[in-house]
Design a protein around this ligand. Structure first.
Ligand SMILES: Nc1nc2c(ncn2[C@@H]2O[C@H](COP(=O)(O)OP(=O)(O)OP(=O)(O)O)[C@@H](O)[C@H]2O)c(=O)[nH]1
Length: 598
């Protein structure tokens, strides 16, 4: 057990790519926490997918021993936090387990939207904050400009900021000294009954569920009986330890310390993040609890090859073991067969899960239109949550529909401001703020989430050539004129393509959808009408004319093997299609049709 005065707990907040992981690696390396030969770049981003995309998804932790210039030995616990908007909730909860933050800002770029969002979580958690201006080895680095921005835009004192190159190691010792001298030591009572905060949990195939804890008061030892206060479940502690960043067993954890426990817990779902852990017989007041993360975006996942449904179930079960914020239930669709309706924290979360299923489990998927959760108020006074436009009740029974709205914060260089305002306006946005920070504008918009889930972020990046940064938080629900738009191919409704739209935008959306489908659906031997409709009323229509596709026509004469090859190719192509009545729709058509350009 380390004395409280010699512990510092901190996290690093940054915008994506500003160098959080590189800095963490450098802190670990310079304190010899990991032997040189074990040091692989980006120790903390452990999952392949994170490494590939360069984003941190799951919070990780590391304990660093540091002998300061004053000769004293300190224990520094770093909790790594995810950097993307979808995981804002995880950021906020891990912030509550530490007392300070390093605010990393790329000194060649400046403050970005996620810098703001994340630093506000740190401010909310009452953190002491040390600004770190990174990448000073680059010629474009401008520390004084960034310092000014930090003071103007965020409103924190930048006089104690440290200029760092996580790449060359310059400023790393100064950073370690700042952690020791500028961040506060944790408080806690070693003799009080145990109170530990459940910070995070994840599934490990050898050890079962691993629970990350921050001890507030008291001591936790191996072999003890503990209780999760939220649901009263009892567990026998098998192992406790710390991350360096490899797991290392210890005998006890005391106040201010951060470590893990295992207790034969089978599912991540049995552990509630934010819960208070105490001894079986102790009665303590729970720590101010956190709300469990609520999925906000739903979509259907169906195997392209319907024979792989059981494999998909297995994949989803396994992924859910390790991700309590991902929800799912079985769904069957007339068009797509059996699959799952899944709930995600946001679009990135959706993409990560979908990629993992396709890649790690080798199952090709059809993803239906992402939908947000609508509140449907019925005439009889009841309210139902609508997760799937296909389940929309009869319009005549509905009184009104409410949709979720977000507060979007966008930072963008001046020259692109006009395009950004237009994009937000097109997406039914209401401007709530517009200020300037140097040559960049800070725009705040109130936007319907359903206008954001399709391709808002992609559009934003393309209209600003990648220079805008974006962050959002959910604000609440508001009534609007929303309708369900159905798509009919050859007079058959394709439920996977139905979506909720604003009445004023329905015609434009419907027109774009049928035009796109007309290009995406291959011609058949007969004419195919493609329609968009609201209720019984057709709002847009295209007709795909008939054509006989004879792939062997160009093989004059008798080259039988070439002819067979072409027919095989055609057959393979057909496997990727879905039969709707008598019409085949290729899988790409679903995905492309749902990506709407304005
Ligand atoms: N030249 C230079 N490059 C740096 C420095 N620090 C980080 N980088 C580079 O900047 C890029 C982003 O760094 P990361 O550490 O992955 O950024 P991050 O903030 O952890 O990003 P996420 O994990 O996605 O949140 C990488 O290519 C790093 O090699 C630095 O001090 N100088």
């Amino acid at each position: 057990m380390t004395a409280l005065s010699h512990i510092r707990n901190f996290s690093i907040v940054a915008h994506i790519d500003h160098g959080k992981s590189t800095l963490a690696d450098r802190l670990i390396q310079s304190t010899n926490t990991v032997a040189e030969r074990d040091m692989k770049a980006q120790m903390l981003d452990s999952m392949d997918i994170e490494r590939e995309r360069g984003i941190t998804i799951k919070a990780q932790t590391v304990r660093i021993n540091y002998t300061a210039k004053n000769g004293e030995d300190y224990v520094l616990n770093l909790i790594d936090t995810p950097g993307h908007v979808d995981f804002a909730y995880e950021v906020s909860r891990s912030m509550r387990a530490v007392e300070g933050s390093l605010l990393v800002v790329d000194s060649t770029q400046g403050v970005e939207a996620q810098t703001l969002a994340n630093v506000y979580h740190a401010i909310d958690a009452n953190h002491e904050i040390v600004p770190i201006f990174n990448k000073i080895d680059l010629p474009a680095s401008d520390v004084s400009r960034v310092a000014e921005q930090v003071e103007d835009v965020i409103g924190i004192d930048a006089s104690g900021a440290i200029a760092v190159s996580a790449k060359t190691g310059e400023g790393i010792v100064e950073t370690l000294e700042a952690i020791v001298h500028q961040l506060p030591a944790p408080k806690g009572d070693p003799d009080a009954p145990l109170r530990a905060m459940l910070v995070d949990s994840w599934y490990d195939s050898y050890l079962g569920v691993i629970v990350l804890v921050r001890i507030i008061d008291g001591k936790l030892r191996k072999g003890e009986k503990i209780k999760f206060i939220s649901n009263g479940t009892l567990h026998h502690v098998e192992r406790i330890g710390v991350f360096r960043p490899k797991m290392e067993n210890v005998d006890e954890l005391g106040p201010g310390e951060i470590g893990f426990l295992t207790a034969s817990i089978k599912q991540v779902r049995d552990t509630r993040v934010g819960d208070t852990i105490t001894h079986q017989k102790s009665e303590v007041t729970p720590l101010p609890g956190f709300k469990p993360a609520q999925p906000v975006v739903f979509c259907g996942l169906f195997p392209v090859d319907s024979a792989l449904f059981e494999d998909l179930r297995e994949a989803i079960d396994k992924l859910a073991l390790n991700d309590a914020s991902f929800s799912f239930e079985m769904e069957s669709s007339a068009a797509l067969g059996f699959g799952f309706r899944c709930g995600f924290l946001g679009l990135l979360h959706l993409e990560v899960i979908r990629d993992r299923i396709e890649r790690e489990y080798d199952i090709d998927l059809i993803t239906t239109a992402p939908s947000v959760v609508y509140h449907v108020h019925m005439r009889d006074g009841t309210m139902t949550e609508l997760h799937n436009p296909a389940d929309m009740p009869d319009m005549t029974l509905i009184d009104h529909i409410e949709e979720p709205r977000i507060k979007a914060t966008i930072l963008v260089p001046d020259e692109y401001l006009g395009d950004v305002l237009k994009l937000c306006q097109d997406r039914r946005g209401i401007q709530s703020d517009l200020t300037y920070a140097g040559s960049r504008a800070l725009v705040v918009y109130d936007l319907p989430l359903n206008e954001v889930v399709f391709d808002f972020y992609d559009r934003l990046k393309s209209v600003t050539k990648g220079y805008a940064s974006f962050d959002y938080s959910l604000m609440g629900y508001r009534e609007d004129a929303l309708v369900k738009m159905s798509v009919l191919v050859n007079d058959e409704p394709v439920d996977a393509l139905s979506m909720m739209v604003h009445r004023d935008r329905a015609e434009v959306r419907g027109r774009a959808m049928v035009e796109k489908l007309k290009d995406l659906i291959p011609r058949h031997m007969f004419k195919i009408p493609i329609q968009a409709a609201i209720g019984g009323k057709v709002i847009a229509r295209e007709t795909l004319s008939a054509m006989r596709k004879d792939v062997t026509a160009k093989c004059y004469g008798g080259d039988a093997s070439r002819k067979r090859k072409l027919l095989d190719k055609q057959k393979a192509g057909k496997k990727k299609m879905r039969q709707f009545g008598s019409v085949n729709i290729p899988q790409e058509a679903f995905i492309s049709a749902l990506k709407m350009d304005s």
